[in-house]
Design a protein around this ligand. Structure first.
Ligand code: 7PM
Length: 273
């Protein structure tokens, strides 16, 4: 997978409580494989290069799931998608057991909102040999939005990502396999999020591909009164700003629309002066 032009990652939530799709893909303890295939097919057809699947909701206040529950949700989905589509499958997990099993079932990258900080996660990711996305989060999902606080949000996020990169490299993950993510909305006020977006070139300058997850996030609601189903135009505006700031991967719900936005920015970036 080349990152010379920006890639779109489509979000497939395999959780019963996902905040945007209400758990249509996983209900009553059971994966709806045909709904999953339709959703994956629509995203791949629309131009997603990566499909992000996760079985543990990172929503603030979400119930923690057991490793077995997460494995049950995610492995079936991975096998279904891996056997039918050639998109890279990103596995959204913090659990070393899920990383190991997921890599064997066809995952092509690991997306960890905890940046491989759980016991054994660095070793599991290194053994899997897959690219890893390291995301910054202040605090834990259940409490992170209570009182986010930074002296200098950009410097602190950049420093955290560099620390985690060093830990990855020490565990045997090659620098070329490491992706950075400032973690929009994860222990950040709207002002922190907009500062990070405005200063995204400073994160890009650290020398790794940068993933931006802005789709439908609540920073939009700090500017406009929109519930999640009405955030597409604002999400596209944020996606364009992230691209102009140098993002290499956009994690989104609305793949087709975002692919069009990527094409416009690419044409703009390639225009002769
Ligand atoms: C509630 C709060 C529901 C937050 C869902 C979310 C990211 C991610 C998520 C991100 C990476 C969402 C988030 N966001 N992984 N997983 N980067 N790498 O809005 O920004 O999808 S969950």
């Amino acid at each position: 997978m080349s990152l010379s032009s920006p890639r779109v990652m489509g979000i497939l939530n395999i959780t019963p409580d996902s905040f945007t799709d209400g758990g249509i893909l996983f209900r009553d303890g059971c994966l709806d494989a045909s709904a999953l295939c339709r959703a994956a097919d629509a995203m791949v057809t629309a131009g997603a290069a990566i499909l992000d699947i996760g079985g543990e909701s990172t929503r603030p206040g979400a119930a923690r799931v057991s490793v077995q529950e997460e494995l049950d949700r995610v492995l079936g989905a991975l096998e279904v998608i891996h056997s039918r589509f050639d998109a890279v499958i990103s596995l959204d997990t913090s659990s070393p057991q899920v990383m190991t099993a997921g890599a064997a079932a066809g995952a092509g990258m690991i997306n960890d909102v905890r940046a491989l900080t759980r016991d054994g996660a660095l070793q599991a990711a290194a053994a899997a040999g897959l690219p890893v996305c390291l995301m910054h989060m202040q605090g834990q999902p259940d409490t992170m939005q209570r009182a986010p606080s930074y002296n200098d949000v950009v410097t602190e996020v950049a420093g955290f990502l560099q620390d985690r990169s060093r830990a990855c490299e020490a565990a045997g993950i090659s620098p070329g396999q490491i992706i950075y993510d400032p973690g929009f909305g994860f222990g950040k006020t709207p002002a922190h999020n907009f500062t990070l977006l405005r200063q995204l070139p400073d994160i890009v300058a650290l020398g790794r591909p940068v993933l931006a997850g802005l789709s439908r996030k609540s920073m939009i609601a700090s500017v406009l009164p929109r519930d999640t189903s009405q955030r597409l135009p604002a999400s596209l505006a944020l996606a364009v700003l992230a691209l102009v700031g140098g993002a290499g991967i956009l994690r989104v719900h609305d793949v087709a629309e975002t692919v069009d936005a990527v094409a416009m920015v690419a044409a703009w970036a390639d225009a002769p002066l």
